[in-house]
Design a binder for this molecule. Structure first.
Ligand SMILES: *[C@@H]1O[C@H](CO)[C@@H](O)[C@H](O)[C@H]1NC(C)=O
Ligand SMILES: *[C@@H]1O[C@H](CO)[C@@H](O)[C@H](O)[C@H]1NC(C)=O
Ligand SMILES: *[C@@H]1O[C@H](CO)[C@@H](O)[C@H](O)[C@H]1NC(C)=O
Ligand SMILES: CC(=O)N[C@H]1CO[C@H](CO)[C@@H](O)[C@@H]1O
Length: 191
């Protein structure tokens, strides 16, 4: 697995960011078109490094939820890669367009990716990711709910998978399920 990841990273563009945050960038949206997070799952694969205390959606209303996440990194890490994949539901979840791996520490130093910069700017105020590496100790995302999905998507159920890798070893995953409705605005206009 280690060498497979290394190979993948070598080929990958040095996209952005720090881990936990990114994921959610694609997800949520408080404005039309309509997007709603429906479930969040966090899992540490190495509890001597990463421990999740809290990973949950709270409901504001029937069509709006917010994400709360709280984890501790027990040791410092200066090497964070995040792989993000989007799946779309169609007889089970199938890969959908996005499969990128980003170098989190590099992005935080150089702010060198314009797309992720937009996302990061939205995330930083509700997370503890607003600093350069190393990352250690308590990491949180609090009440994350305001985001615009930057590209139009077909209506459907989506799953955002985030694998977080420290020094070539998978340490945790965060998966967020969401529902996206493309034409809410149109429907409203017609009615
Ligand atoms: C698990 O975490 C410990 C503590 O940081 C680290 O030394 C070890 O290499 C990690 N193991 C794996 C398989 O990632
Ligand atoms: C994170 O979770 C721990 C354990 O439940 C709790 O003690 C701590 O207050 C929480 N911190 C934040 C910022 O939510
Ligand atoms: C939530 O959905 C209901 C009906 O489905 C709609 O009337 C309401 O305007 C929606 N609220 C927001 C904030 O979109
Ligand atoms: C590393 C980084 O992004 N630091 C920023 C954290 O947030 C403050 C206030 O928004 C900025 O001034 C820093 O540049």
């Amino acid at each position: 697995m280690g060498s497979a990841y290394r190979q993948f990273f070598t080929g990958a563009r040095p996209w952005i960011i720090f881990g936990v945050s990114i994921l959610f960038a694609f997800l949520v949206c408080s404005e039309a078109p309509f997007a709603k997070m429906t479930n969040a799952v966090c899992k540490s694969l190495n509890e001597s490094w990463v421990v999740f205390h809290y990973c949950r959606l709270k409901a504001y209303s029937r069509n709006k939820t917010s994400l709360h996440l709280n984890a501790t990194f027990l040791e410092p890490t200066n090497n964070v890669f995040v792989r993000i994949r989007v799946m779309k539901k169609a007889n089970g979840y199938k890969p959908f367009l996005v499969d990128v791996t980003i170098n989190g520490c590099q992005f935080l130093r150089k702010n060198n990716n314009p797309i992720f910069k937009i996302i990061y700017n939205m995330i930083k105020d509700v997370s503890t990711a607003n600093h350069t590496c190393p990352f250690v100790g308590l990491q949180t995302i609090s009440d994350f709910h305001v985001l615009k999905i930057p590209v139009p998507l077909p209506t459907g159920d989506y799953l955002l998978l985030m694998d977080c890798i420290f020094y070539d070893k998978m340490q945790f995953i965060t998966n967020v399920y969401l529902t996206y409705v493309e034409d809410l605005l149109e429907t409203r206009k017609e009615s």
